[in-house]
Design a protein around this ligand. Structure first.
Ligand code: ADP
Length: 493
C-alpha cells in the first residue's frame, strides 16, 4: 500500500508526493480504501491517485483533533503556537519551488503565479504567528463596584474547514493560520481535484513542531466528506470558501446539526469602474489584471467592467490590445501569465457561458475560443453590447471572461454596480479623490480597490456583503472567527 508517489515536473523539480489522508501527523489510507484520480489540467492527463475520505475518515480526523485540542495543544503557550507557525513558514520557504511546481501541475496556474501564492501563504502564516500572543480579553467596569469582571477570548475547539481549487495552498494557509494561532485544532478538506500542494505542505507539519492531531488534512467529495464536516456534532465551527450554492448547504447543515459557527467566503460578480478622468493606460492594466489573473478563477475577479461614456471607445480598443498580449499556455513557462483552467468540467462551464453570451446578442470583442487541443485553456474574452439582464452579466463565470459596458455618471454606475446579488469586491479608477471615495462608500461590497485591483493582503480583512458571504477572513478580523468570548465576573464582597 503506497502512500506516496514520485512526481517529476517539466522544470526539473521532483517530489515525493503524499497520497494518503493526513491525520495525527501521519499519512494514512482511507478506511474504505477508496481512491480517485487527480489530473494535470494543462495536459488533461492523470497525475496520480489519492485516497478518498468518507464519513468514517472525518470521524477519525475529528477524534485526533479533539484529543489534541483538550490534550497536548491546550498546554502550548500562545508564544509556542506562534513559534510552530513561524517554523512551518520557514520550512515552506525552503520548499517553495516544490510547492509551486505541485500547484502548477495540479491546478494549471502559471508557475510565476504559483510562486506568488506560496509566498503569500508563507506571509499569512507569519502574520498570524505574530497574533498568537497578542489576543487579549478586557477588564470591564460595571455599576457594581463590588465585582471584578473580565473577558477571555477562548478557542472554539475542533474547526472544520472546506476549501476550493482556485488557490489550493493559499486557501489552506488562510484557513489554518488564524485557527491555529488562536489555539484551535482543525480538520480541513481540500477540493477533490486539487489536494496535492496542501498534502505536500503537511509533510512539514511535524518538523515545524505541531503535535499530532492539531492540523488534519483530508480530501474527498463535497457531498460525502464535505457534508460530514458541515454536519459533524463534534466540530464547533466551519469555515468554507467556494460557491454560493454550497455555502447555503453548509449553513443548513450547521443549523440542522449542532449550530456550529459558520463563516462563508463565496462567489462574486465584481464591478471594475473607469471614469473619464482616469489614467487610461494604468486603468486598462488593472482591468486586465482584474479579470484575467489566475485565468479568472478568482472569487473577486473584476468580471463586469464599466467605462464612462467619454472614453468608452478608447478603453475598449486599449483593453482588446492589452488582453491579446497576455501569454496563455504552458504553465511551466516562467513568462506565462494565464495557464489552464482547473478541469474539463470548469472549461465546459466557461465555454457554455461564452455560447450563452453570443446567443443573447453580445459582441465578442476579443477571445471566445479554446486555446490548443490539449488541456483546458481559454482565450481571454471580452464581451461588449451587453445588457444588465444577460446571464454573462449576472452570473459568476469563474473564467477569463468579462463584459464591458458604458455608464453616464456616479449615480448611474453605482446603481449598475449594486445591481447584483453578490458583493465581494469592486474597483474604481479615477484621478478625482472625491469621486473615488464617494463610489467606494456607496458600493455594497466587502473590498473596494481604488486605482488598483485584486489588492489582497494578509493584513486586510476580506469577505462579502450580501450573497458573497458571512464574516471576514484575514487581518485581525479573522481572529473573531476562531475565538469565543467568555465573561468572568468575580464577587469581591
Ligand atoms: P466549485 O463549484 O467552484 O467547484 P464548490 O463550492 O462546489 O466550488 O466547492 C468548494 C468546496 O466545497 C470543495 O472542497 C467541495 O468538495 C466542497 N463541497 C461541495 N459540495 C459540498 C457540500 N454539499 N457540503 C460540503 N462541502 C461541499
Amino acid at each position: 500500500m503506497s502512500l506516496s508517489e514520485t512526481l517529476k515536473f517539466p522544470n526539473g523539480i521532483e517530489v515525493n508526493q503524499p497520497t494518503g489522508l493526513f491525520i495525527n501527523n501521519e499519512f494514512v489510507p482511507s478506511k474504505e480504501g477508496a481512491k480517485f484520480d487527480v489530473f494535470n489540467p494543462s495536459t488533461g492527463k492523470k497525475l496520480l491517485e489519492v485516497y478518498e475520505a468518507r464519513e468514517a475518515d472525518i470521524d477519525a480526523a475529528v477524534d485526533a483533533a479533539e484529543a489534541a485540542f483538550h490534550g497536548v495543544w491546550s498546554k502550548f503557550s500562545a508564544g509556542e503556537r506562534g513559534a510552530c507557525l513561524l517554523k512551518l513558514a520557514d520550512l515552506m520557504e525552503k520548499n517553495l519551488m516544490e510547492l509551486a511546481s505541485i500547484e502548477t501541475a495540479n491546478n494549471g496556474k502559471a508557475i510565476a503565479l504559483a510562486k506568488g501564492d506560496v509566498a503569500m501563504s508563507i506571509q499569512t502564516l507569519r502574520y498570524y504567528a505574530g497574533w498568537s500572543d497578542k489576543i487579549h480579553g478586557k477588564v470591564i467596569e460595571t455599576d457594581n463596584n463590588a465585582t471584578f469582571n473580565y473577558t477571555r477570548q477562548e478557542p472554539i475547539g475542533v474547526c472544520g474547514q472546506i476549501i476550493p481549487w482556485n488557490f489550493p495552498l493559499l486557501m489552506w494557509a488562510w484557513k489554518i493560520a488564524p485557527a491555529i494561532c488562536t489555539g484551535n485544532t482543525v480538520v480541513l478538506k481540500t477540493a477533490e481535484n486539487t489536494p496535492l500542494s496542501a498534502y505536500y505542505a503537511c509533510t512539514l507539519i511535524a518538523e515545524a513542531g505541531f503535535p499530532a492531531g492539531v492540523i488534519n488534512v483530508v480530501t474527498g467529495y463535497g457531498k460525502t466528506a464535505g457534508a460530514a464536516i458541515a454536519s459533524h456534532m463534534r466540530i464547533h465551527k466551519v469555515a468554507f470558501t467556494g460557491s454560493t450554492l454550497v455555502g447555503r448547504a453548509i449553513m443548513k447543515a450547521a443549523a440542522a446539526s449542532n449550530l456550529k459557527k459558520v463563516t462563508l467566503e463565496l462567489g462574486g460578480k465584481s464591478p471594475n469602474i473607469i471614469f473619464d478622468d482616469a489614467d487610461i493606460d494604468k486603468a486598462v492594466e488593472w482591468v486586465n489584471f482584474g479579470i484575467f489573473f489566475n485565468g479568472g478563477e478568482v472569487c473577486c475577479a473584476g468580471s463586469r467592467v464599466y467605462v464612462q461614456e467619454g472614453i468608452y471607445d478608447k478603453v475598449v480598443e486599449a483593453f482588446k490590445k492589452r488582453a491579446i498580449m497576455n501569454k496563455v499556455g504552458d504553465p511551466f513557462d516562467e513568462n506565462t501569465f494565464q495557464g489552464a483552467q482547473v478541469s474539463k468540467q470548469q472549461f465546459e462551464r466557461i465555454m457554455g457561458y461564452v455560447e450563452a453570451g453570443k446567443k443573447a446578442g453580445a459582441t465578442v470583442e476579443v477571445g471566445g475560443n479554446r486555446v490548443g487541443t490539449e488541456g483546458w485553456f481559454v482565450e481571454p474574452t471580452i464581451f461588449s453590447n451587453v445588457s444588465e439582464d444577460m446571464q454573462i452579466v449576472r452570473e459568476e463565470i469563474f473564467g477569463p471572461v468579462c463584459t464591458i459596458a458604458k455608464f453616464k455618471d456616479v449615480d448611474d454606475v453605482v446603481a449598475k454596480a449594486n445591481n447584483t446579488s453578490y458583493g465581494l469586491a469592486a474597483g474604481v479608477h479615477t484621478s478625482n479623490l472625491k469621486t473615488a471615495l464617494e463610489v467606494a462608500h456607496r458600493i455594497r461590497a466587502g473590498s473596494l480597490w481604488v486605482n488598483q485591483y485584486n489588492a489582497l493582503n494578509h493584513a486586510l480583512p476580506f469577505g462579502g456583503y450580501n450573497e458573497s458571504g458571512i464574516g471576514r477572513e484575514l487581518g485581525k478580523e479573522a481572529l473573531r472567527n476562531y475565538t469565543q468570548i467568555k465573561t468572568v465576573s468575580v464577587n469581591l464582597q
